[in-house]
Design a protein. Structure first.
Lengths: 392, 231
């Protein structure tokens, strides 16, 4: 029975090849879209996680949280000194005071970030120099500056390239350039982009701004401690001060989580679009099958007259839908993976075949295709044998 | 064998209702060869459909081999048709994509007989109708007479109680029609199957022992020739 059904289905396949190929094409596009979009979603998610992991998962950014009522309570340098050693899970702590300012050199004026920092900054984030030297503990009171890559380039637009030893003017004060930083990729976690910054000893920046408040405190969590635990410890410590301070603590983990949520949403959206394409494919299978049913009315009538039960007729047409959707879904898996691979190649992403998207795309393709065959199959089996026989 | 008891078939068209068949009672016995004749619209096709369990009467009862067919579901009717009734149609109604053997085996497959066994039975039946060298031919490779022989083999392969033939020679030339009819009569004698032939063709009707003429949905005349006059 089964072999005969399959043989007949195969023969019917090619009795209207144009229509069959059209249905196969639609099904391939449909389940291909599901596979491709699931795959792209997964690749995109992996890619963005990879990028965020590169920020360093051991960095905490502590900033004072604006209170619901009353004056904000700033974090001060004393707090940083007290914090050092208070929480053993923090292997390094470094303060930042950030403001803006106009930097002048050899007739060129550039607006940049003015970042007050300690020599301990290098313990928390990687600082690599193109030229010159870092700050030392002895430079804490020095009128010295390290220039970010972009800022240094902008200042070099005038007579000559700026170099260590040059003196620049910031808000009327003279600072000596100690070094120039290498270009560094933007780290979204940090409150400031070092490329466009002038880094000076924190005491001198506070002298310029006249405000003792810090913009942020950077801390490095030791390898034994989970960042979220360390952030809780930091919050509790600030809360336990004689004058309690509310702080926000951001970590890469936190951002990865929210980014991952976002990319998940994005992947789901892509999968939905794929699903819509699949539904269109399914609709075209239904269409092809309905056309086949009305074209083969006489044949159905003969079969019914010869004693075919409704299930026999249903199996005949369902088998056709199954074959259509298996062939279509296989083509879809192949074309979907190729499409995702091409996209990954041009987007410079790491490509990996994701078993889940292949399985999900293939299975949903077959399932939807079979469901699309149910209506025509049921309709065929319900035909009145007399009416069916009369059509020819 | 087949017994119609006061069968009426009524069609409604809007407020009007008219009886295509009115109160028809009829019994056909095993081995009987019966022609049903009548003008178009006289109800003979409807009668055939009801006898073949393809249609249900509006009133009255149909017994096949003693079984009342009235309350059966569509699938039960299909099973009854499969085991008790063989159909031969005017347009042959073979499945174009199946070979002669596969066409003949189809009713057996619907009876859930295994494929190989069904094939052997189909070939045996094809031999009986003289198509032993056409087993694997598709319908479009066969002549009209050969196609009708395949259809007859298909109708008889399940050993039905009754064979219903609707204008079985209508699409054939006179010579082939004569051959087919001869085959019918021989097979009915050999297999003891009752045969009902719906026909316009007087030549066909003349060779049947029993002739039923219907007109206006009623049996107008039911006559039997002496048995010796058949064939």
């Amino acid at each position: 029975m089964w072999r005969l059904v399959m043989a007949e289905v195969w023969a019917n396949f090619w009795s209207a090849p144009q229509r069959t190929l059209l249905a196969l094409f639609a099904m391939t596009i449909g389940s291909g879209a599901v596979v491709a979009l699931l795959e792209v979603g997964t690749l995109a998610e992996a890619e963005s996680l990879r990028r965020f992991r590169a920020l360093g998962t051991d960095l905490l950014v502590i900033q004072s949280a604006p209170p619901l009522t009353g004056e904000p309570v700033d974090i001060q340098l004393d707090d940083v000194d007290a914090l050092r050693g208070a929480i053993p899970a923090l292997s390094a702590v470094s303060p930042l005071a950030i403001t803006g300012g106009v930097v002048k050199f050899a007739g060129t004026q550039v607006h940049g970030n003015l970042v007050g920092a300690e020599e301990t900054l290098g313990n928390v984030v990687e600082i690599s120099l193109e030229t010159g030297r870092r700050f030392t503990p002895y430079d804490r009171a020095a009128m010295a500056a390290l220039l970010g890559h972009t800022l240094a380039n902008a200042l070099s637009a005038g007579k000559r390239p700026i170099q260590p030893g040059d003196v620049i003017e910031v808000d009327g004060r003279a600072l000596t350039v100690y070094g120039i930083l290498r270009y560094r990729p933007t780290n979204l976690l940090l409150p400031v982009d070092f490329n466009n910054s002038l880094i000076a000893p924190i005491a001198s920046v506070i002298r310029v701004t006249g405000r003792p408040a810090l913009s942020a405190v950077l801390a490095k969590v030791d390898a034994k401690t989970v960042p979220t635990v360390a952030s809780r410890l930091v919050k509790e410590w600030f809360h336990s001060l004689r004058r309690p301070k509310a702080v926000d603590v951001r970590s890469a983990d936190q951002m990865i989580e929210s980014v991952s949520e976002q990319t998940h949403l994005y992947a789901d959206m892509l999968a939905t679009i794929g699903g819509i394409a699949l539904l269109i494919g399914a609709a075209s299978i239904t269409n092809v099958m309905l056309a086949a049913v009305s074209e083969r009315k006489a044949e159905i009538g003969i079969r019914l007259a010869l004693g075919a039960r409704q299930i026999d007729i249903q199996i005949l047409f369902l088998a056709e839908a199954v074959l259509l959707s298996i062939v279509g879904a296989s083509g879809g898996i192949a074309s979907g993976l190729i499409a995702a691979g091409v996209l990954a190649y041009f987007a410079n992403w790491a490509f990996a075949v994701n078993g889940v998207s292949v399985l999900l795309g293939g299975a949903s393709g077959v399932l939807v295709g079979v469901l699309a065959g149910v209506l025509p199959a049921v309709r065929a089996a319900k035909l009145d044998p007399i009416a069916a026989l009369r059509t020819d | 064998m087949i017994f119609l008891d006061k069968v009426t078939k009524t069609y409604r068209r809007g407020p009007d209702a008219f009886d295509v068949l009115a109160d028809v009672s009829l019994e056909i016995d095993a081995g009987e060869i019966c022609a049903i004749t009548g003008p178009s619209g006289s109800g003979k096709t409807t009668l055939m459909n009801i006898m073949g369990l393809l249609d249900r009467p509006s009133a009255g009862r149909v017994y096949i081999n003693g079984t009342l067919a009235g309350a059966a579901s569509a699938d039960e009717l299909a099973a009854l048709r499969n085991s008790q009734i063989g159909f031969v149609f005017q347009g042959f109604h073979l499945l174009p994509r199946l070979t002669a053997t596969e066409n003949v085996a189809l009713p057996l497959l619907y009876r859930r007989i295994r494929r190989l066994e069904a094939r052997e039975m189909a070939r045996a039946q094809l031999r009986k109708v003289g198509l032993q060298d056409r087993f694997d031919h598709k319908p479009d490779q066969l002549s009209g007479g050969q196609r009708q022989r395949v259809a007859i083999a298909r109708a008889l392969v399940g050993e039905p109680a009754i064979l219903l033939a609707d204008e079985p020679t209508g699409a054939l030339d006179a010579e082939t029609a004569h051959e087919i009819l001869t085959l019918f009569l021989r097979l009915s004698r050999e297999a003891g199957v009752g045969i009902v032939i719906v026909t316009h063709d007087k030549a066909v009707a003349d060779r049947c022992i029993r002739r039923i003429e219907i007109a206006g949905g009623r049996i107008f005349q039911d006559s039997r020739l002496p048995a010796s006059c058949g064939a």
